[in-house]
Ligand binder design. Sequence first.
Ligand code: FMN
Length: 254
Amino acid sequence: MKETGTNQADKQGVGEKFQEETKYTPEKIGGHYLDWNRTSDRCKDYDESFRKVSLPDPQIDKTADIWNIISKRRSVRQYISGKIMALNDLAALLWATQGITAESRRFQFRAAPSAGGLYPIETYLMVRDVERLEPGIYHFRPHRFDLEFLRAGDWSVVLANAALGQRIVADAQVCFVWTAVVERSKWKYRQRAYRYIYLDAGHIAQNLYLAGTAAGMGVCGIGAFFDDGVNDLLGVDGVEETVVYLASVGLAAD
Ligand SMILES: Cc1cc2nc3c(=O)[nH]c(=O)nc-3n(C[C@H](O)[C@H](O)[C@H](O)COP(=O)(O)O)c2cc1C
């Protein structure tokens, strides 16, 4: 028989079990009591000891043609080095990924959809070359539209090493690092939450790809990384909050 590359053990691995055990079926659905006293915040705030950096209101070219942008979108891995990204451009990308775009009495809705409106994904930035930002690790707060400065320093090589040595991470002007605060979603969806967390991250990343293309920046999604290397850099525990996806962003070399 032809070798398919997937052995028997691979067909009964944790992935298959996860897929099976998190299926919705008519028998399994419903009956789960939602404890409204135990909902978690949909946003994370670090304490006052971390410097806050407000972001400019993003100037967005609203005439950009979405169909043209979709047809042009590519994963871009070559960036112009030594150039500085404008803070306004970074603000526009953050707005496109997680910005608040509508509010009701109880909810704030964001640019990217989220299962149940629970918004489990947090955005961190590894900044190397961005106007007015000291190099370092930042946390983005959609509800305040600002950054919290967590760790000073050029962490590009550390993050590149954690991303299996991928050079794009070290060359990029900035890298987006998305984590999930798992309980936000697990509260409602239990183990199926993990599916939705990854879907949420995909929506956010696609917005980054499209907004980056519109703004003349190169974006590359990065799923290959040593999870705990990235978690340690951010200072998250890897269980309650854990990295799910990265993206490098740089000024695109045409
Ligand atoms: C979930 C995911 C993970 C990816 N991980 C990496 C990665 O680690 N390194 C990389 O260079 N590209 C990565 N990519 C980019 C893909 O290689 C790229 O999307 C694919 O080759 C198709 O090319 P295109 O995006 O230009 O259409 C990833 C893309 C996705 C969606």
